[in-house]
Design a protein around this ligand. Structure first.
Ligand code: TRP
Length: 337
């Protein structure tokens, strides 16, 4: 039996942090053998907000390096740049015509990024259309490859739902004997859900948060990692135990992160530190984090830009026959070819 396909991607904007790593990329690494794995650097999504072109180009290469540094094997996994495959935008237009504007205006990410809190005011905003249409491009990414599974952070749930809606709607409207699109499933990991901002443990760790102290970036220097962890928000009780209490959110976050990079549960770690202070816990966590990230950083530094550019060229020629065939199939049922 042939393998099922997973498709996923990360935007080359901002710096990837441990939330991105444990929430998404690490999961790709874990399932890369079982699936036909397609891992995209979604640079067309990144330009839905203004980008500096040189930086965007460099970040795109950097994200691909991080995929490999995190453990994706480029000999088995297809790592590519979204803008190299024109069928993503082509399919996006076709799907655009079956998408309702209301479906786009109600997306949480759109509301957050455009700063609209309620959708009654839709008509008055001056926000790039790309931001509104973002979910359609994401649906096109996934449906173009008939992906069965999409391993992403939990914040992407709504995007996967609209992808499924569009696939079903298209199938219903246009499919003849067999369905044109495969309905994808989301895969989220329990680990990734728990990583909160260091400076505000009620919010998720985020690439776009202004405070760099809020996140541990995968490429942070050891000294920087230490500083960020030592500064992390805790509480004034100075007593280590694992609890759901809101005032323990900062400590809980540190214990969760510690647990993810070791084999111990957060409760066990809390027990080991029950007679110690927050400073001790933070110091040890910082050291463990530095050692955890070291091999990833070393691998990252060993990969040249040329290697990545060659992978992009290779992937493009591997993927094009498949994506062209898919578009032909779609155009045929729509009466366009
Ligand atoms: N929207 C995703 C994010 O911000 C990135 C993305 C774009 C994506 N296209 C995708 C993820 C397709 C999975 C599959 O994380």
């Amino acid at each position: 039996m042939s393998k099922q396909t997973f498709f996923s991607g990360v935007q080359p904007s901002g710096n990837l942090h441990i939330g991105n790593y444990f929430g998404a990329i690490k999961n790709w690494v874990d399932i890369q053998e079982e699936y036909n794995a397609i891992c995209c650097v979604v640079n067309l999504h990144a330009i839905t907000v203004p980008q500096n072109p040189e930086e965007l180009n460099q970040k795109t290469i950097e994200v691909a390096k991080l995929y490999i540094a995190a453990g994706l094997d480029p000999a088995k996994v297809t790592i590519f740049r979204q803008s190299d495959i024109p069928q993503h935008t082509e399919l996006m237009w076709l799907l655009n015509t079956i998408t309702k504007t209301g479906e786009l205006f109600k997306m949480t990410q759109f509301k957050d990024k455009s700063g609209i809190q309620n959708s009654e005011d839709n008509t008055k905003i001056s926000i790039g259309a790309g931001l509104l249409n973002y979910p359609i491009l994401m649906a096109a990414d996934i449906l173009l490859y008939d992906a069965n599974l999409v391993p992403v952070g939990e914040d992407q749930t709504q995007h996967i739902e609209i992808t499924r809606t569009l696939a079903r709607r298209f199938n219903k409207k246009f499919s003849k004997e067999e369905d044109v699109f495969t309905i994808p499933n989301i895969y989220t990991s329990p680990a990734g859900k728990k990583i909160m901002a260091l400076d505000n443990p009620l919010k998720k760790m985020s690439k776009s948060a202004e405070a760099v102290n809020s996140r541990i970036e995968i490429l942070d220097e050891p000294e920087v990692i230490k500083k960020k962890i030592m500064k992390a928000t805790t509480d004034s009780e100075n007593k280590i135990y694992y609890s759901d209490k809101p005032e323990k959110a900062g400590l809980r976050n540190l214990l969760n992160i510690f647990s993810i990079i070791t084999d111990a549960t957060p409760e066990q770690i809390a027990e080991n530190y029950q007679d110690k202070g927050y400073g001790d816990l933070k110091k040890d966590l910082a050291e463990a984090m530095v050692s955890y990230l070291q091999p990833i950083q070393d691998k990252f530094n060993s990969i040249s830009d040329e290697e990545i550019l060659n992978i992009f060229i290779q992937s493009k020629s591997t993927l094009l026959p498949q994506t062209q065939a898919k578009i032909t199939q779609v155009k045929k049922v729509m009466g366009l070819e």
